[in-house]
Design a protein around this ligand. Structure first.
Ligand SMILES: Cc1ncc(COP(=O)(O)O)c(C=O)c1O
Length: 421
């Protein structure tokens, strides 16, 4: 099979093929994808998070030292000595696992400490923690919204929010477009019981920020609640790294603040912060919480410490922002199209899947680790090379990446050629 004009979407629901036949076809697609050296997914890192990492090259069997532009560990807290030490102490004190689901024996004192800490950090009354950010978004939404309700979603919200809305009605508005939000709310205003607008604070594929001030104002005018997913905003934006509500001076004014501990916080797990009544309801109705073993002690203690570090060591965020400005200015000077990116996520919009695949192959061979984002993850005209940077990248790392990007950009003729909008 020639994978050139095919994508994952072609194997999603292939008519007439049962699951094993479909898997067989997709396997053939992947074989050609690999033969073309376009398989830049699930590469194997041989060491933990950092600005440069040893990566096993599955094509040559050799180890590459790669400048790593693909981590969400924005502040490199996964490697912070205090964060590691807190995890080590908890591992020794409590053991390797929580041993049960939270309601039936798995809740530890440090789980409650983390729930209180993240609630206070987000300026909310109460919070509940889950073992993944996907599970918290999907699980909370599935338990909150039913057939008489409606979710009004930005069309670029994370998959976990979309999956969480399977029990309810869904209307999409154009990305970050407030006219579109308002006209959507106008249409649903009198038709549904709960109206919930859900957005990401920072968009994971675009790195732009939701205009939360306007979203809250418009939602209130139409009697809708607002839920924000702070996955890529926590630790990164807001004066103290508290995220999008802090960035817009709206702390305590957003109905539901969701997020994950897996990005700038450097751990794993998710949370929902809100008023105490809603959080109590989630404790007993949210199936991804109730029927899933509680977070490991080590992860829990490390996250508590990571939040302490965010509060007490602003230097990491300052370094990150210094790098963001440096990398962005240089990419723009080179003529790359970065869409509306404002944060540590840098999409180079190409709009041609095959070019993205080839560019990522070249970048891999030059020891620059980036990610291809292809259709159907984004519309074909927005396919992209996605990069993210960290506080611990040096200017030398970024310069080396910029040099290679310039070379590859010229080779594939994508400089000042791409358009978005
Ligand atoms: C915007 C957004 N929300 C939620 C998630 C899910 O978080 P987690 O990786 O903790 O499951 C992710 C990340 O993968 C994300 O990018």
């Amino acid at each position: 099979m020639d994978s050139t004009n095919l994508s994952m979407a072609d194997f999603l629901n292939t008519p007439g093929l049962d699951i094993m036949q479909r898997a067989g076809k997709y396997y053939e697609f992947l074989e050609d994808f690999r033969d073309k050296q376009h398989m830049q997914y699930k590469r194997i890192a041989l060491e933990g998070s950092g600005p440069v990492r040893k990566v096993l090259d599955s094509y040559t069997g050799k180890v590459r030292e790669m400048i790593y532009l693909a981590s969400n560990d924005y502040l490199n807290l996964t490697r912070h000595p205090k964060v590691i030490e807190a995890g080590r102490v908890a591992l020794e004190k409590y053991g390797a696992g929580a041993g049960s689901v939270p309601l039936l024996g798995g809740t530890l004192d440090i789980h409650i400490e983390l729930e209180k800490k993240i609630a206070a950090f987000k300026g909310c009354e109460s919070a509940i923690i889950y073992t993944s950010g996907f599970g918290s978004n999907a699980g909370a939404l599935l338990s909150m919204l039913q057939e008489d309700d409606v979710a009004v979603l930005d069309m670029l919200v994370h998959a976990s929010i979309i999956d969480g809305c399977k029990n309810t009605n869904v209307k999409y508005f154009k990305h970050n477009d407030m006219d579109s939000l308002e006209s959507t709310l106008k249409k649903v205003k009198d038709k549904y019981r709960t109206k919930l607008v859900a957005v990401d604070g920072v968009y994971s594929m675009d790195g732009d920020i939701a205009p939360l001030d306007k979203i809250v104002e418009i939602a209130k005018a139409y009697g809708a609640y607002v839920m924000i997913d702070e996955a890529h905003a926590t630790g990164v934006i807001g004066k103290n790294g508290r995220g999008t509500p802090e960035h817009f001076n709206l702390e305590g004014k957003v109905d539901i603040v969701a997020g994950t501990f897996s990005k700038a916080v450097g751990g794993v797990g998710g949370f929902i912060a809100s008023n105490k009544e809603l959080v109590d309801l989630l404790n007993f109705y949210s199936r991804t919480y109730m029927f899933s073993t509680a977070m490991t002690p080590q992860a829990t203690a490390s996250i508590i410490q990571a939040l302490n570090v965010i509060e007490t060591e602003p230097v990491h965020k300052e370094k990150l922002w210094d790098n963001i400005m440096y990398f962005r200015n240089n990419l723009v000077d080179l003529g790359f199209c970065l869409g509306n990116s404002e944060t540590a996520i840098f999409p180079i919009i190409i709009g041609d899947d095959m070019k993205v695949r080839e560019m990522c192959r070249c970048l891999h061979e030059a020891d620059i680790y980036v990610n291809p984002v292809l259709y159907p993850a984004v519309p074909r005209r927005f396919s992209r090379v996605r990069m993210s940077i960290m506080s611990c990248h040096t200017k030398e790392h970024l310069d080396k990446a910029l040099n290679v990007l310039e070379y590859v950009g010229k080779k594939y003729d994508v400089i000042r050629k791409c358009k978005i909008g």
